[in-house]
Design a protein around this ligand. Sequence first.
Ligand SMILES: *Cc1c(COP(=O)(O)O)cnc(C)c1O
Length: 229
Amino acid sequence: MSIQESIQEFNNRLTGSNCQLIAVSKTHPVALIREAYAAGQRAFGENKVQEMMEKQPSLPEDIQWHMIGHLQTNKVKYIAPFVHLIQSVDSFKLLQEINKQALKYDRVLDCLLQFYIAEEETKYGLSLEEAQQMLRSPEFKALQNVRICGVMGVATNTDSDEELQKEFRLLKRIFDTLHQEFFKDADYFKEISMGMSSDYQLAIAEGSTMVRVGSAIFGQRNYPSPSNQ
Ligand SMILES: *Cc1c(COP(=O)(O)O)cnc(C)c1O
């Protein structure tokens, strides 16, 4: 199937659902991003600052760039001028830096809090308790240039539907808890980013509003791209 056909198929599947496709273009050249763009795709995910920075200037301005990989505080400044959504906020220190850089560019940057939901020890993310502590703090409330729009999680790399379902449900529960406690009146707090090529159907069934799909659109990645470095 061509990239164009894959995008169309995803769009057909997602029409009428509350879920948006983020095309994960990491490791793939801009030519392939252009193909997806021609099929109408606007939201793209990258997991490395360097790669996103290199691709962004040569592509149309209405592309929405999603940072989905671990983000180091010293690199926030490079993407702050143009990034659409930072999905991988996993510490208060990082959020403070995002706020600082957003202020510099006179922007309010949309972010998701990344939660640790997997069995694997290598995944980044906050625990519910850490997030609650952060959201309750006066230091968080002082941040004027970031907006928390929801949650993100990376599930375990497993064939077990049962395990995946458990992890997706955990993230949904975290979302509901935070919504109830901190964002009841915030209509922007609505995103649950979960699901990838191998498990997006399960994720949608469990309430995903953003699936991050790479290989099912662009094919296998030719060189390893550790998703969380
Ligand atoms: C690479 C990546 C994806 C997409 O993975 P595929 O299996 O290619 O769909 C989704 N989320 C994150 C955080 C990633 O790093």
